[in-house]
Design a protein around this ligand. Structure first.
Ligand code: ADP
Ligand code: F6P
Length: 323
């Protein structure tokens, strides 16, 4: 293998830049030529590829976002789009592709390999931590720390005014950020898409906490909760209980940006090096995972055939601790 390419795809995640840096510099160290593809699969279809070298990734290790930019590309879900993409790679004699993204991006890589035999290796970059087969994805730790910092701030004002705050964190299908930030922030309630939310149960828990002397409380709501968003849930609680002085704070895309934590940078470095070295040993249709704190390779299909779920016992621990 002489020439490879790298792209970032799907929702961005803090740590994509250090992952890109690791991929480019590992390629250079092994004597490979490497091309950076702008705007994910869309840029690949449109031919936005340019050579990178060690200096192209200088000064990015501490920046959120992705210097390659990212996109969602509906055309790549169709065979014609993938054929155009494969043709771009063929014309430049690119033999391997590193895809930094979430499970949607991995499905794209899998289909590119299936249709055209392109050797693809995935690096998990998403704040949701929902890729099957890996204990951590790059970006989760940073997003989590951003959410916890916000919760700490909201706790100050909630306590000053004896209020209940409903804090919405990201996670359309995954409650990882909600569960971990709730536990780390001492939340009195944590609502996630993985479990059914009953407003009456939540109100009962808030009443118990109030009876124990709590005057202010924090409820974390994952954006994909089945009972609605944080505004819906706050309204349902206020309408059905004595808790009227409620406030809502939606953290939104704040969680997607910012300086990647040391944990995410180290994970990005380890996975970036391993991904290029996997391509060099002939790996394809493979993803990098963290398992028992070691970097390992797994079939990319595991990303969506299995789910990374948090330990449900964390609910019990949180209610034990947030009394
Ligand atoms: P993420 O990678 O963060 O999960 P998306 O689900 O938006 O983000 O996927 C990113 C891109 O991957 C999509 O815009 C599309 O180009 C490609 N993709 C997603 N699913 C498929 C699929 N089933 N087949 C081919 N390409 C896909
Ligand atoms: O997958 C990462 C994520 O941030 C989810 O938590 C969130 O639901 C979604 O992306 C938001 O995506 P968009 O970039 O379309 O706003």
């Amino acid at each position: 293998m002489k020439r490879i390419a790298v792209l970032t795809s799907g929702g961005d995640a803090p740590g994509m830049n250090p992952a890109l840096r690791a991929v480019v510099r590992t390629a250079v160290a092994h004597g490979l030529e490497i091309f950076g593809i702008q705007r994910g699969y869309q840029g690949l279809i449109d031919g936005e590829l340019s050579p990178m070298d060690a200096r192209s990734v200088s000064g990015i290790i501490h920046h959120g976002g992705t210097i390659l930019r990212t996109a969602r590309c509906p055309d790549f879900k169709h065979a014609e789009g993938r054929a155009r993409a494969a043709d771009r790679l063929r014309r430049l004699e690119i033999e391997g592709l590193v895809v930094i993204g979430g499970d949607g991006s991995y499905r794209g890589a899998y289909e590119l390999w299936r249709d055209h035999g392109t050797a693809c290796v995935g690096i998990p970059g998403t704040i949701d931590n929902d890729i099957g087969g890996t204990e951590y994805t790059i970006g989760f730790d940073t997003a989590l720390n951003t959410a916890v910092e916000a919760i700490d701030r909201l706790r100050d004002t909630a306590a000053s005014h004896d209020r209940i705050f409903f804090v919405e964190v990201m996670g359309r299908h995954s409650g990882f950020i909600a569960m971990y930030s709730g536990l780390a922030g001492g939340a009195e309630g944590i609502l996630v898409p993985e479990t059914k939310t009953e407003i009456s149960v939540l109100v009962a828990a808030l009443r118990e906490a109030s009876a124990r002397g709590k005057k202010s409380m924090i409820v974390i709501v994952a954006e994909g909760d089945d009972a609605g968003n944080a505004f819906d849930i706050a309204r349902q609680v206020a309408d059905s209980s004595e808790f009227k002085d409620v406030r809502v704070s939606v953290l939104g895309h704040l969680q997607r940006g910012g300086t990647p934590t040391a944990f995410d940078r180290v994970l990005a470095a380890r996975m970036g090096v391993a991904a290029v070295e996997a391509l060099l040993t002939g790996a394809s249709n493979t993803m990098m995972v963290l398992e028992n704190n070691a970097i390992a390779r797994k079939p990319i299909t595991e990303a969506w055939e299995t789910r990374n779920l948090f330990d449900p016992d964390l609910f019990r621990m949180n209610s034990l601790l947030s009394v």
